[in-house]
Design a binder for this molecule. Structure first.
Ligand code: NAP
Length: 259
């Protein structure tokens, strides 16, 4: 399918690997010129070079922490204007609900709620003026069903989801389509770190930790960054113009819910 976005300009945050990289690759394949970001200079530079060579689009790497004001300023300066925005950042650490203090909550809210909102506030007005834009926020299945060990994620991402529910409907009339994708478990470094936690806690091997998690997924396996990226690119396509303020769950059927 031709997504109709060849030649558009996009920003994908936290994209040297994992789900962000999956999104960057799928958008590049659709012909989108990109600015991509993550903190480690060598990784983001190598990823940008590989994507540019593979798909023949312009890819500019920016090494910066997207959860800080300075990091976002650096990324936005390199970007200028954008037609497409994919927000993303690392997830918060696991723990139990009694563990976290105010600073922990502020850090999680900065990372997984306020940085996405700040990027939308910076870029969506320009999209509205030009009459076309697409935003995808990478959140988590924890928005639909809380994950006990990830209370910081449950909290911060619920806040972002509430914000998007309201603002997406205020910008749709100017051609800007804003949605969230909620990943269930995908085979990335984040999954390795979550499986390591389970393996240490329960005294089982990494293979066993993964097998046990896979047993709870009707599709039978972890998702891949490529699956995730394809959905992201579709939500950024011309064809997605009527999908407004939705939360698209990509979890292989893991949440046993009717809608
Ligand atoms: P990942 O494989 O660990 O990749 C994280 C990427 O983000 C890397 O490129 C990393 O590079 C970059 N990054 C991390 N913190 C950053 C920051 N502050 N500023 C800029 N770049 C940053 O993680 P993932 O699996 O793709 O997960 C992406 C998001 O989806 C996370 O918020 C995660 O919690 C959420 N999620 C993932 C899953 C899953 O199963 N994978 C499930 C639910 C939710 P640097 O370290 O070099 O910055």
């Amino acid at each position: 399918m031709d997504l109709g976005i060849k030649g558009k300009r996009g920003l994908v945050c936290a994209a040297s690997k994992g789900l962000g990289r999956g999104c960057a690759e799928a958008l590049a394949e659709a012909g989108v010129n990109l600015v991509i970001n993550s903190r480690t200079e060598a990784d983001i530079t190598a990823t940008a070079r590989e994507i540019a060579e593979k798909y023949g689009v312009e890819v500019t790497p920016v090494a910066a922490d997207i959860t800080t004001d300075e990091g976002r300023a650096k990324v936005l300066a390199a970007l200028g204007q954008a037609d497409i925005l994919v927000t993303n950042a690392g997830g918060p650490p696991p723990g139990t609900w009694t563990d976290w203090n105010r600073d922990d909550f502020i850090k999680a809210i900065d990372s997984n709620m306020l940085s996405a909102i700040a990027l939308m506030q910076a870029l969506v007005p320009g999209m509205m003026q030009r009459g076309w834009g697409r935003v995808v926020n990478i959140t988590s299945q924890s928005v639909r069903s809380p994950i006990a060990a990830l209370g910081l994620s449950n909290t911060a991402r619920a806040g972002l989801t509430g914000f998007v529910a309201g603002m997406s409907r205020q910008v749709a009339g100017q051609g800007v389509v804003v949605n969230n994708i909620l990943p269930g478990i995908h085979a990335t470094d984040r999954a390795i770190s979550l499986d390591t936690g389970v393996s240490n806690q329960q005294g089982i091997s990494m293979d066993e930790a993964r097998k046990r998690r896979e047993a709870g997924i009707p599709a039978g396996t972890y998702g891949m960054p490529e699956d995730f990226g394809a959905t992201c690119a579709f939500l950024c396509s011309q064809q997605a113009r009527f999908i407004i303020g939705q939360n698209i769950l990509l979890d292989g059927g893991a949440l046993n819910v009717t809608i």
